[in-house]
Design a protein around this ligand. Structure first.
Ligand code: ADP
Ligand code: MG
Length: 719
């Protein structure tokens, strides 16, 4: 064995003793939310009037009364100290998509030489992280270099633990001094409010007046890979870029389908249990775990929550997966496509709307009245997805998700809706005016007094659709595994709010013309479905036929992230986001700028890493093998002659491709992030692809001992 790394030790020496948390014996219900300052916990620690005031802030988004800030801060500090926290941080979500924290100690020295723990109302409400290196897309440069963080009282504070202590985390928004959002949370909160208003307006039409609030609900299913850290740290491509830039397809991939839902290996199960335990303590309601389709791929999914909290929790899930894997000698890969030719990872976002009275607006229900309401909100979603295909596509656009969308394993880049046969049939009957066969024409003129039971079984679902109705919610499947879910939810909330308003407006207009509510509703459902049914597609989204059909229907096919990002600043989108107070024009422009920049930087790093690894590891390996072969003289050996010839040719091909990549790497394609991003897509990515092709061909013929990188065969199957 000439490798620096050892497959056998990777398989054998995974550590758990001493590193892993002992979770055996804990009662999960007692662990749950142990490290969360829940509203109930806060209530008990505050006087009644203070609690009432804070509650108004939490539930109705009223501004926090500065007079109570110190009292709330004191309660929070006391709780945190009891939990063993030494520091506090405003925990926020900059536009990088990750989370950011700057820790401050509670410790404050006193004049007598001792120290006290200090945390004031001011520290709670607002922080100034001086985070001037976060991307702002130019939003700060022209005004103020600094941004500030502001407490989001709708998401509870929590304690993040590490091996040597704990930190109080206060979920916050991040804005510039001019009030412009520099983060992902602020627009999400604004979109939640937009949806609330629109949905309440529509519910009033249906005579639902007991609900005082409608929130979007979200459950995100996170897919990820686990590989042994022994391999990870020997793959500069994985370490630098999160995905493998080289690697021949292993003799066996996922074709046997023996991994999917298979029994979970002990080491992985121990890891999962540890992850879940930590997440329970943080109040994240993790529900399911299982093997995914690809070897080495797994999934974790929580029960749905209010979307703001779900977005915070989703960040905690990603962070916990990454941190915990190391305790088990593994690395969690969250990249959308860590291994070419093997299934990628997504993050299905299950989305719905619910009232504070417990009503799910996308639940068909049992009575005609509930059915009508359901059809109304469903029609609003259909219209929203059709009118704003571009925005949904943009919300999942990134260099890494490009490797997944459109490949034959993930939803295509074309946005469409799977409704299922039953629901499609109902809408089609509404359009044609036909009643459900065998049933008398409906009570409310809809031809369908009670909807048939809609299937909710995953088995009945179309896996190829990017946006599927799954019984009582929609599932947005194009979301990438590594991205924050805030932007996709923000878009969903906003476009559905607009659609609800549009449909409610039409109903109201018809009623003004003396139509009954039922007649008006039916007319609106009919015209809406007729106009937007082109977005409904229940067939195979992977098929070539669908691509042609979608083009005929005039649906967008924004194949790469850049084509999508280009449209973010379209007039329609600027108008929509401004009208709903979610993002103003400057905030939108800033986001577009950052998306180009992130695309450019991602591919630029990949291009440089490809060059580096090919030049300093792969080519030397191939040449060493060539030299070794050239030294031996075995007259008349066909095998020697052939091998020498094949390796020499393949090495030449790699060298040629590498020279071409070097030229493109040395160029940035222009001065603007826009030009740079296109240079990366059109010049660097194809050149990288050529280098990879040549390298992967070499991997199959160079002697194993000369191959410098752990192979797919090793990384995916050693568990
Ligand atoms: P199924 O049995 O259809 O797979 P589950 O009920 O297990 O569905 O849900 C799958 C995912 O959808 C979970 O993450 C779950 O929390 C989420 N989900 C369920 N109901 C809703 C809802 N009303 N809003 C948002 N997400 C939901
Ligand atoms: Mg899944």
């Amino acid at each position: 064995m000439n490798h620096d790394y050892d497959v056998i030790s990777a398989a054998r020496n995974w550590r758990m003793d001493g590193m892993a948390r002992q979770v055996d014996g804990d009662v999960v219900t007692e662990v749950f939310a142990r490290d969360v300052l829940t509203p109930e916990e806060l209530r008990q620690r505050l006087s009644k009037p203070v609690w009432k005031s804070l509650q108004a802030t939490m539930e109705r988004g009223a501004p926090l009364d500065p007079a109570i800030a110190d009292t709330v801060a004191l309660a929070m500090k006391t709780w945190a100290l009891e939990k063993g926290a030494t520091h506090y941080t405003h925990w926020f979500q900059p536009l990088t998509g990750a989370t950011a924290e700057k820790h401050d100690s509670f410790l404050a020295p006193t004049s007598d030489g001792s120290a006290i723990a200090q945390f004031s109302g001011k520290d709670l409400i607002q922080g100034e992280p001086d985070a001037s290196s976060f991307p702002s897309g130019g939003l700060r440069a022209t005004f103020e270099a600094r941004g500030y963080t502001a407490w989001d009282p709708t998401s509870p504070a929590f304690i993040l633990r590490h091996s040597n202590g704990a930190t109080l985390c206060i979920p916050t928004a991040f804005a510039s001094w001019t009030g412009e959002a520099l983060d992902l949370k602020t627009p999400l909160l604004r979109s939640i409010e937009a949806l609330n208003k629109a949905a309440l307006r529509a519910l009033a039409l249906f005579g639902v007046t007991d609900a005082t609030k409608v929130s979007s609900t979200l459950g995100a299913e996170q897919e990820y890979f686990l590989i042994d850290e022994e391999f990870y740290y020997r793959r500069p491509d994985l370490v630098m870029t999160g995905r493998t830039l080289f690697g021949a397809k292993p003799p066996r991939g996922q074709e046997l389908e023996d991994h999917y839902f298979g029994s979970i290996p002990d080491r992985v199960l121990s890891f999962m249990t540890d992850v879940e335990h930590q997440l329970y303590a943080l109040g994240v309601p993790v529900k399911t775990r299982h093997n995914e389709v690809a070897p080495g791929q797994y999934e974790i999914a929580p029960i749905f929550e209010h979307s703001n909290i779900a977005a915070d929790h989703q960040q905690l899930i990603m962070q916990t997966l990454k941190n915990t894997a190391r305790r088990y000698g593994m690395v969690a890969l969250l990249h959308e496509k860590p291994f070419a030719g093997i299934n990628g990872s997504g993050k299905h976002c299950n989305w719905s709307m619910g009232t504070d009275t417990g009503l799910n607006l996308l639940e068909p229900g049992d009575t005609p009245h509930e059915n009508m309401q359901f059809l109304f909100f469903c029609a609003a979603v259909i219209r929203a997805v059709d009118v704003h295909q571009d925005l949904l596509r943009i919300s999942v656009a990134s260099a890494s998700n490009d490797h997944r969308l459109g490949a034959n394993e993930a939803p295509p880049a074309i946005i469409s809706i799977f409704l299922g046969a039953e629901l499609t049939d109902i809408f089609e009957r509404i359009v044609s005016g036909k009643s459900v066969a065998g049933k008398s024409a409906g009570l409310l003129g809809l031809g369908t007094p009670v909807l048939p039971a809609l299937p909710r079984h995953s088995g009945d679902r179309n896996r190829t659709s990017p946006f599927a109705f799954t019984g009582n919610k929609f599932e947005f499947r194009a979301v990438g595994s590594s991205q924050s879910i805030s932007m996709p939810i923000t878009v969903l909330n906003t476009i559905v709010a607009e659609s609800i308003d549009a449909l409610a407006g039409e109903v109201e207009a018809l009623m003004k013309k003396k139509k009954s509510f039922e007649a008006a509703l039916q007319e609106v459902l009919k015209s809406t479905y007729k106009k937007h049914s082109r977005i409904v597609f229940n067939g195979d989204g992977y098929s070539e036929a669908w691509h042609k059909e979608a083009a005929k229907r005039g649906l967008l096919n924004l194949r790469t992230a850049l084509e999508a990002i280009e449209r973010l600043t379209d007039e329609k989108n600027v108008e929509l986001f401004s009208r709903y107070g979610v993002l103003n024009e400057r905030e939108i422009e800033a986001r577009q700028e950052i998306m180009y920049d992130q695309y450019f930087k991602t591919v630029n790093i990949e291009g440089e890493t490809t060059e580096w690894v090919a030049q300093t590891q792969i080519l030397p390996g191939a040449l060493a093998y060539l030299a070794e072969l050239s030294e031996v003289e075995v007259p008349n050996s066909k095998a020697l002659g052939r091998t020498l010839e094949q390796v020499a040719r393949a090495a030449d091909a790699l060298s040629d491709a590498l020279e071409c990549l070097k030229i493109h790497n040395a160029d940035l394609g222009g001065d603007t992030v826009h030009e740079k991003a296109y240079h990366m897509r059109d010049k660097v990515l194809p050149a990288m692809q050529e280098v990879r092709k040549a390298a992967d061909a070499l991997e199959r013929i160079v002697a194993d001992k000369h191959w410098p990188l752990p192979s797919y065969r090793e990384m995916l199957f050693v568990k």
